[in-house]
Design a protein around this ligand. Structure first.
Ligand SMILES: [Zn+2]
Length: 139
């Protein structure tokens, strides 16, 4: 992302196609499609594909946060502090978004706001050595 993308025009509860998302963000639909490769969660089960507004915002904020601040393995992004933080008591929940990926969620040790970090299911072992992970929705 060369320029800073603003999420002001994105509505959290709306579903966006690639064209609409690009239009609202001021980027090309092709760019939005490319973001899938770097972690944007797209509802690919339906045709055409849709992206939830909240996910677009999450993805862009995450990306911008990563660009300015490098996150250590034991840090997660705090939406309130807008900075990488460690989870309170090292405890996080794993919430699967699909079979391969999910998000770790915890409480910020600084502000007790929500922390999150997108991880692949395959990374859970690695993160499990740092955090106490409560599996959710996984039997
Ligand atoms: Zn915080």
């Amino acid at each position: 992302m060369a320029k800073r993308v603003s999420t002001r025009k994105i509505k959290k509860h709306r579903l966006y196609g690639y064209d609409e998302a690009g239009g609202a963000l001021g980027v090309t639909p092709h760019t939005v499609r490319d973001w899938r490769a770097s972690g944007l969660e797209v509802m690919a089960a339906t045709t055409p594909h849709y992206i939830l507004g909240a996910e677009l915002i999450r993805y862009i904020e995450d990306k911008q946060a990563k660009r300015s601040v490098k996150m250590a393995l034991d840090q997660m992004y705090c939406l309130k502090c807008k900075a990488p933080r460690k989870p309170l008591w090292g405890m996080v929940d794993y919430i699967p978004t699909n079979d391969a990926r999910g998000r770790l969620m915890g409480l910020c040790e600084a502000c007790e706001g929500g922390l999150q970090r997108f991880v692949g299911k395959g990374d859970l072992g690695r993160f499990g050595q740092i955090y106490e992970i409560t599996n959710k929705g996984v039997s």
